[in-house]
Design a protein around this ligand. Sequence first.
Ligand SMILES: [Zn+2]
Ligand SMILES: [Zn+2]
Length: 219
Amino acid sequence: MSAPRRHRDEGRSLGVFADRIEVRCPRCGQAGTVCADWRDRQWHARFVCAHCALEARDARCDWFGEVRVYGRRPCGYCGHQWLCIDRIRPSSSQARHVHECSSTHLGESLPLQCPVCERSSEVQVDAMRRRGNAGLDPHFGLPLRLIEPTRAGLLWAYNAQHLDELRRYIAADQRERRGVAHRSMVSRLPTWMKLARHRPLLLKSLDRLGALSDPQPRA
Ligand SMILES: [Zn+2]
Ligand SMILES: [Zn+2]
């Protein structure tokens, strides 16, 4: 009998893997990489597509992922409280400028019909980045390249090192925690990724993603 494969949780957070993210350019569909450094208590990220030169800059709060647009006001005619707008705008191949952590004033109004008097009022809206649950580049909301839907759930990784850590965890028969905080990447994986019965399926998906990934070591 072979020795059990162990995985020891060293407490590495998802952010440890976020300095190099393999993405697909939202304009031309080609592979690209978001590079990021953690300095002065924040990320400094950049992306330039080598094929179409699409550029994302964090200095102007570029965001390509979904955006939540919301606002409310009383009806301008009958005073009915409240006319509420809360909509999701889908991800885009053009950058939108939406702040990272706070809401952004769009300086934009959308018409909304009052359910009581049926007249339309303009509602000023703000926007927020929407991250959702699916894997997404955390810096610019670009689509990940290492992503695969499986029968059990959506499997994704930022880069080859992240895939390696997932593989070591999923393949392990024994998983040890070292009294680390509950913030490590593996401790936060969804339950379906931790189930032994999904192991063969997930390891096959990880193989396919590994073949796609760019093995370039970290600079
Ligand atoms: Zn491109
Ligand atoms: Zn009204």
